[in-house]
Write a protein that binds this ligand. Structure first.
Ligand code: AKG
Ligand code: FE2
Length: 332
């Protein structure tokens, strides 16, 4: 396995628990983890500089400062209303994952949805949407698109682990949410710590300490490092900002910054068009992206799920995304 583990060092592999090189305290004492963070950060910055033309100066300034951009009233109201109704009023092939007491439901934005709800296609092709996601993600790459629903307090069990502040991974990466429903502050809004996308000296020191720690919780040990709110001031970071926002708000964020899903105090349903893009952080170039081939991105999600189903059946892979049949996005 050693050559495979070594190759993974040049990829987005992030699990301290699954790769003995990434998790090696000896190597991390010599600076392996922090070097990967720094190199990925500087390559990401360099790719972003080459993609500056894709986003407006104002959007870039917000993103560079905060690690996110929030745009209210993103679509024209009549177009947004048609998009929301078209998506919410139909039943689509859905997958669901249970985490704690919450269910995350995902529906692929595939060819069928693009045909039935043309406003979704218009969103996918909207230059501001396209450009901002590419700039934030630091790649000229087509993101994977889903309709995502967060249903809280479905099960009577431990809380949803996404409620803990965390970084998804160690390198620049993007997720985007166009909220189709209003999100109240006590209904599990997205929260983000402004400025936490930067690899500041204090953050690098914190990364180093984590990479040497022998008692990481399960998700941290798999490379999505958890942080306690009390630790933020020590890193020179402010309190998290909560995105309690009206429908038709777009948030694009670098989720290597600290973020979470805020508490929900009662059963709630949040629905969004959700975009995700992640490539090998050590690629020096911005393009050459397979998902950007014509027709590829709208088939990709179904293909990914199919491959995972097969690997799961063969016993090679845990696969949390269960087939949930046809569901309307906000159905409980
Ligand atoms: O859905 C949210 O509000 C954030 C969940 C999260 O941590 C993520 O999508 O990476
Ligand atoms: Fe996350």
């Amino acid at each position: 396995m050693a050559p495979w583990w070594a190759l993974q060092l040049a990829s987005g592999a992030k699990s301290f628990a699954d790769n003995p090189l990434i998790g090696s305290r000896t190597l991390n004492r010599c600076g392996l983890h922090v070097r990967r963070v720094r190199l990925a950060q500087s390559l990401g910055q360099s790719r972003r500089r080459r993609l500056r033309h894709l986003a407006s100066e104002q959007d870039r300034a917000s993103f560079d400062r905060d690690g996110f951009v929030e745009i209210r009233d993103f679509l024209r109201p009549d177009i947004f209303a048609r998009l929301r109704d078209g998506v919410l009023d139909n039943a689509w092939a859905a997958r669901e994952m249970v985490q704690g007491d919450a269910i995350t439901r995902r529906i692929a934005v595939d060819r069928q949805m693009l045909d039935i709800v043309p406003e979704v296609r218009a969103l996918r092709d909207d230059p501001r949407w396209r450009g901002l996601i590419r700039y934030a993600g630091s790649f000229d790459a087509e993101p994977l698109l889903y309709v995502q629903s967060i249903l809280t307090h479905v099960h009577d069990t431990r809380p949803d682990p996404q409620e803990q502040l965390h970084a998804d991974t160690f390198h620049p990466t993007v997720k985007a949410w166009l909220f189709l429903t209003d999100v109240a502050d006590d209904e599990g809004p997205f929260v983000y710590v402004p400025g936490s996308h930067r690899a500041s000296p204090a953050r690098l020191e914190w990364e180093r300490a984590k990479s040497l720690s022998s008692d990481l919780d399960r998700l941290s040990s798999r490379g999505s490092l958890r942080i306690e709110p009390e630790e933020l001031p020590g890193l020179g970071l402010p309190e998290p900002r909560s995105f309690a926002v009206p429908a038709n708000t777009l948030v694009v964020a670098d989720t290597s910054g600290f973020h979470a899903r805020g508490r929900s105090t009662r059963p709630s349903t949040r629905v969004e068009i959700w975009a995700y893009s992640r490539r090998n952080p050590f690629l020096p170039w911005t393009g050459l992206d397979v998902l950007s081939w014509p027709g590829a991105s709208e088939r990709a999600v179904a293909a990914i799920w199919k491959v995972r189903d097969r690997l799961h059946k063969a016993g090679w892979l845990g696969h949390p995304w269960q087939d949930a049949g046809l569901k309307r996005p906000a159905e409980r």
